[in-house]
Write a protein that binds this ligand. Sequence first.
Ligand SMILES: C[S@@+](CC[C@H](N)C(=O)[O-])C[C@H]1O[C@@H](n2cnc3c(N)ncnc32)[C@H](O)[C@@H]1O
Ligand SMILES: [Zn+2]
Length: 409
Amino acid sequence: MIFDFPVDFIGEGMAKIVVPNLSAFKRGPWDYAPSKAPVFYNPLMKPCRDIAVLVLQSYGEYSHRDLRVSEPLTGCGVRGIRFAKEVKGVNSVYLNDVSERAYRMAKYNVQLNDLEGKVFVSNEDANLFLSRHAALSQRFDFIDIDPFGSPAPYIDSAIRALRDGGMLALTATDLASLCGIYPKAALRKYGGLSLKTEYAREIAVRLLAGCLASIAAKHNIGVKILFSHVTKHCVRLYALIEYGARKADRSLDNMGFLIHCPKCFYREAVRDILPLNVSLRCPECSSPLKAAGPLWLREIVNKDFCAVIEKNMEIIKHVNNEIAKLISVIREEAEAPITYYVIDKICEKIKAPTPPIKEVINNIRDMGFKAFRTHFHNRGIKTDAPPSIVTEAIKRAVKCGIYNRKLTL
Ligand SMILES: C[S@@+](CC[C@H](N)C(=O)[O-])C[C@H]1O[C@@H](n2cnc3c(N)ncnc32)[C@H](O)[C@@H]1O
Ligand SMILES: [Zn+2]
């Protein structure tokens, strides 16, 4: 065996792969072994890779093209190998990693899966690799950037290496920056500010999408977000890349700010460019407002594309129920209003017990507003109702719960 560290043979999806024996690199139950091992493999990210397989399959059908695919930060190669084995219409996959050990492991795994001639592996810096593929004839249809932390340093070269109509998939695991805990890091990496609010996970997607749109615009390229999700500690974004200065202008029209009142939960999306230090007052309670942005304010999931993903779930059998449920919630919320309320936060403020979310949603709908669950938070509600209505819906649900409990006593 060519590896100078303990390894395991495992299966993931339709791929059989060699990965580091993670338990050999764990110093105790508290330790996070994937980051300690000489080559990166994280079994917990399998659902995320399952979704990537589904999205790539769906993108192939949506775009009617045979696919030239790339994964410039591949680790042990599992993701790209799964693309080659599981997605119909994939012609070639180009894997790359700057680590020599990862390169050797990915190459070994390509052979193990009989994919020589279809999957190619290289060993250089991702930006160098992508720049080598910036010439027209070398570009890709799909690039998956799955780094440690932020994908921001790779976005520019990935855009240059994509064909017109190509798709860029981005992973960001630096949720602390994207969710408002480290504002300076967010400004540095994404050119904008997030906010520590109950809907910070949605802001994270919109900040990343906004960063992508403004980098693409410099190349006269527009973007359209077809799918996104935030699962565990990872933001995923799938964006269509469309050449043309007008497309770039149109995509910049989707940028703006979210203003938020931490006191009464009022929030509003504004398209104008706001100076971030402006002192704005809440129209509901006159408290000082906070602002996040610039953000992508338009759709972050396309309902039609989601329907294609759902159809493909029936074909790719090893995708489990948890993913099916996630995709179904995401499809439902595709056309829902921007941001969401977390009912626990409101209950904490009004000092009420937390009622069942289903009841609150029904009450909001009964009062004539839209209301949806959201995959961002299991106690979250997306609605066009103002905070006063959401609060009223919660109070009614609490009252009804107390009444029903009395009846059963
Ligand atoms: C999160 S891991 C990739 C995991 C993989 N995509 C998967 O699905 O299992 C990030 C990888 O990026 C590689 N890497 C870090 N900096 C790089 C760079 N500048 N160029 C290329 N690869 C890099 C690391 O060696 C590591 O294998
Ligand atoms: Zn307010």
